[in-house]
Design a protein around this ligand. Structure first.
Ligand code: ADP
Ligand code: MG
Length: 616
């Protein structure tokens, strides 16, 4: 029997290697841009079509290549960056494996035009599946320009594996963001389908962060700075109010290379302990400088993990540095964590002399008889519109001053466990309709009913009412849009802009109207449920939900209305007078099920007459 082992032909070996390096259009861009940086470029232009599927062009003004180097660059393991094995341990460049160009050329049609400064002519090389199709001298600009067409044209399986353009483009933005942050001294331009996405000039880091993520960051960045023998740490953390509910903007770089690290992330989070709202993540842009001898980047080419020799020491330096930065800039919680607990009695009642309570027992009360509340529970749609405008006229809409805090601390203390669930259900059936007077205690409304003392969780009730009304309305027609006299501007990041545009149709249907001025959103119409103060909060909440991942149309409608209702229900009961509360209760009790929120939290509880008597 003859021998079986054979060496793989080059083009197959390259395709296999390409599988590791080139996973998607974003990885091509990352590799090409890193090469530009290694070549000393000060300006990098990225032009793509169809999220990089059909065209990726990366042009720099770096040191260029000679005709021979231009050819060599596409060979596997061809690199100008290391010469001896020791070099591997003192890397200051991004690349070193000499694999990227060979891999890209194995799975796409590539044209390179390059010229060294001072040369009369440049070189043009055309390569397909690692075969040189053409090489000739050309007139071209100094630097290098790579054009990568029809990625995976020769591997249909890989091509079909690519996600939607939106998702692929999001990966590209992720990578461009990272490299743009790591190199604020380099100018970057990104153009997608002829539309300019970024045009970033060389600026200091702080300005670069603001250019990439929006103006609202400019007064939220707290500088971090520490030099030790082991590590030098520089960069910015954001004030607690810029914290996000998704792990959006968290960036670590070591020697200007982006990396992820849960352990160091924990160190930063620990420094923020007690000053962040629950379930929020700090935003940070932190740059480490470490002697390359003491880190290992020689892991998987596309991986973003890095091994640090002295990770424990760096952990504690990082933690105390961030704490010191927050302390130095006097960052105290700007959010009010204390909830109102005082017994909040309306003024009219507070000034009345205390009257000894009298228990009245209704001898004719029959628990098996349906309550005669005189209210139909199915007329919600008819009154929905009227109620919507009533919200604004009467101040039930979100109030600006109560702001953010009322919402996220929405997970308030549970109501005291006073009845079992089956008792609750039974009670719902025969619940008497509360009439005034209403007492406020913190966020609760108390009132006397036939069965005893009714306790209503105001915020949950308000949220439920808004949700139910909007949902019913939405089923029949788009939500009303309220035109703004003066458009509002909201600064977003590029990511935000993308996800917002992805949900354009539905957002329009719930009443948003907007145009873009780069990453500034100019809002001309808002859902009529919201007011101008709550719009920023609502948009942030929507963006956070969208950022968490793809959601389908049905879910979006739910989320939007749920979020709008939550933002709009961010009303402090303290700001309402007694007749407003009365009116609110009346509307609320028209709903089908008043006892629980959609998620099963209790909205109403009854302390029975018997229990009240037992108190004494
Ligand atoms: P590596 O970056 O690991 O060296 P690559 O395959 O990415 O490997 O690139 C191979 C070589 O091609 C580089 O070492 C460099 O000499 C040259 N090269 C690639 N891109 C550029 C560029 N934009 N400008 C100048 N030289 C480049
Ligand atoms: Mg490289």
């Amino acid at each position: 029997m003859s021998d079986l082992i054979r060496l793989l032909p080059d083009h197959i070996a390259n395709q296999i290697a390409a599988g590791e390096v080139v996973q998607r259009p974003a990885s091509v861009i990352k590799e090409l841009v890193e090469n530009c940086i290694d070549a000393g470029a000060t300006k990098i232009d990225i032009v793509i079509k169809d999220a990089g599927r059909t065209l990726i062009q990366v042009t720099d003004n770096g040191k260029g290549m000679s005709p021979v180097d231009a050819r060599m660059a596409f060979e596997r393991h061809a690199t100008s960056k290391i010469q001896a094995a020791e070099d591997l341990y003192a890397l200051t460049t991004k690349g070193f494996r000499g694999e990227a160009l060979a891999s890209i050329a194995a799975v796409a049609q590539v044209t390179l035009k390059t010229k060294r400064p001072g040369d009369d002519f440049g070189t043009s090389i055309q390569i397909e599946a690692n075969k040189i199709i053409q090489q000739e001298p050309v007139q071209c600009a100094e630097g290098a320009s790579f054009e990568v067409k029809n990625l995976f044209y020769n591997i249909p399986a890989r091509r079909n594996f690519l996600k939607s353009d939106n998702i692929e483009f999001k990966h590209i933005i992720d990578d461009v963001e990272r490299v743009a942050l790591a190199h604020p001294d380099i100018a970057f331009r990104l153009i997608h389908n002829e539309q300019e996405i970024y045009n970033l000039f060389a600026v200091p880091l702080r300005k670069r962060i603001v250019d990439v993520f929006g103006k609202n960051y400019s007064d939220k960045l707290v500088p971090v700075n520490e030099v030790t023998d082991i590590v030098r740490i520089e960069g910015f953390v954001c004030k607690p109010e810029a914290a996000r509910k998704t792990r959006g903007e968290q960036f670590f770089f070591v020697n200007n290379r982006f990396f992820r690290d849960n352990y160091f992330n924990h160190a930063v989070s620990a420094a923020f302990e007690d000053i962040l709202p629950p379930k929020h993540f700090p935003t940070y842009f932190l740059f480490f400088e470490v002697d390359p001898k003491h880190i290992d980047v020689n892991v998987h080419p596309t991986k973003t993990e890095i091994k640090f020799e002295e990770d424990k020491a760096i952990y504690s330096i990082l933690r105390s540095t961030v704490m010191a930065a927050l302390g130095k800039y006097n960052i105290k919680p700007t959010l009010d964590f204390e909830r109102e607990t005082s017994f909040d009695v309306p003024a009219e009642i507070r000034n009345q002399p205390a009257v000894e309570p009298v228990i009245r027992v209704n001898p004719f009360y029959n628990p098996f008889e349906a309550p005669s509340t005189g209210h139909s529970r199915n007329n919600s749609n008819a009154s929905g519109k009227a109620f919507t405008s009533a919200l604004h006229n009467q101040g039930f809409g979100a109030s600006g001053s109560s702001g953010f805090q009322g919402f996220w601390s929405g997970d308030m203390d549970e109501l005291p466990e006073i009845t079992t669930e089956s008792e609750q259900q039974e009670l719902h059936e025969k619940l008497s309709r509360p009439t005034g007077p209403f007492l406020r205690k913190g966020h609760l409304v108390l009132c006397s009913v036939e069965e005893g003392l009714m306790v209503i969780h105001f915020q949950r009730a308000n949220e439920k009412l808004l949700y139910e009304r909007s949902m019913t309305n939405f089923m029949y027609q788009p939500l009303e849009s309220q035109q703004l006299l003066f458009p509002l501007t909201k600064t977003c990041g590029m990511q935000d802009k993308l996800v917002w545009e992805n949900h354009k149709n539905l957002l329009e249907r719930v009443g948003f109207q907007w145009t873009w001025n780069e990453v500034e959103m100019e809002i001309s119409g808002i859902p009529s449920l919201l007011n101008e103060q709550s719009i920023h909060l609502a948009i942030d909440m929507l963006l956070e939900r969208f950022q968490m991942g793809e959601i389908d149309a049905g879910e979006i409608v739910h989320v939007i209305i749920d979020l709008i209702a939550r933002a709009a229900s961010n009303v402090r009961i303290q700001s309402m007078n007694e007749s407003e509360i009365e009116q609110f209760i009346e509307h609320y009790f028209e709903l089908d099920n008043v006892m629980f929120t959609a998620k099963g939290k209790k909205i109403i509880g009854i302390i029975s007459n018997q229990q009240l008597l037992n108190v004494l």
